[in-house]
Design a protein around this ligand. Structure first.
Ligand SMILES: [Zn+2]
Length: 241
């Protein structure tokens, strides 16, 4: 995680530190294994969480980033629990997009329980659009990502596609467990948080479910708004019967 981030191929944007680990960490690991450069932009710093301070969560996020093999990770200063789709917040994301210049952006899905999550979908989409407009002045060249996909794990929706994370499921779990302040068994918030031993069972079961949909062991779900384009029917993956 250098001061001068390299040009990024895939940038995952999420509301909270540890969201990416849960929704698309395996995909980032897979991309990394293919030689694709990855990065994470967290919109908030986690100061509103029941457990752990923002500085504890910063150290945990850095540890998780090392496990995920991302080239760069940073957190904006949008208030935790108050992610709002304002022009000011869009500009903060635009500045990061123009510095990192990703081809692909992963956003949270646009519907769900937590307002920060679904608001980040629209906020992130509109920032990606604005980032391509030269009239939006940030002192850096415009950049519009080529592709946006939505990580839909938190939402009960049928994915457009899944990414096979079978070889990476253990490392993904290690990255999530780097958030000791959130997941180590402890008294604070014990009625609200899932005990540590249940997290493995739950996250593996979710990944197994999405894997089953595509005939692999473990997978992460995504939505893309565009239709799929096929070149050769004989290369289409996922067996029909
Ligand atoms: Zn979250």
């Amino acid at each position: 995680m250098s001061e001068e981030p390299p040009t990024i191929d895939v940038l995952a944007i999420a509301a909270h530190r540890d969201d990416v680990e849960q929704t698309c960490g395996g995909t980032l690991l897979r991309m990394r294994s293919l030689g694709v450069t990855t990065a994470i932009l967290d919109l908030t710093q986690g100061e509103a969480g029941t457990r752990g301070s923002a500085s504890e969560r910063a150290a945990e996020a850095a540890a998780a980033a090392r496990i995920l093999g991302v080239s760069h990770r940073e957190a904006l200063d949008i208030p935790d629990g108050r992610v709002e789709n304002t022009f000011e917040n869009r500009l903060k994301i635009v500045a990061a997009l123009r510095r990192l210049r990703p081809r692909v952006v992963i956003l949270p899905y646009w519907s769900g329980r937590h307002p920060d999550h679904y608001t980040s979908a629209t906020l992130g989409y509109e920032a990606c659009f604005l980032s391509g407009l030269s009239k939006i002045e940030t002192g850096t060249a415009p950049h519009r990502p080529f592709k946006i996909v939505y990580a839909s794990l938190y939402a009960d929706v049928r994915p457009t596609f899944v990414v096979d994370i079978t070889p990476f499921i253990e490392d993904r779990h290690r990255a999530l467990m780097a958030y000791q302040s959130q997941y180590a068994s402890q008294a604070a918030g014990s009625g609200l948080f899932v005990p540590e031993e249940e997290i493995r069972e739950r996250t593996f079961a979710e990944a197994r479910h999405y894997g089953t949909l595509a005939g692999v062991r473990f997978a992460e779900p995504f939505i893309q708004k565009e239709v799929g384009l096929v070149d050769d029917l004989t290369l289409l993956p996922v067996q029909s019967l």
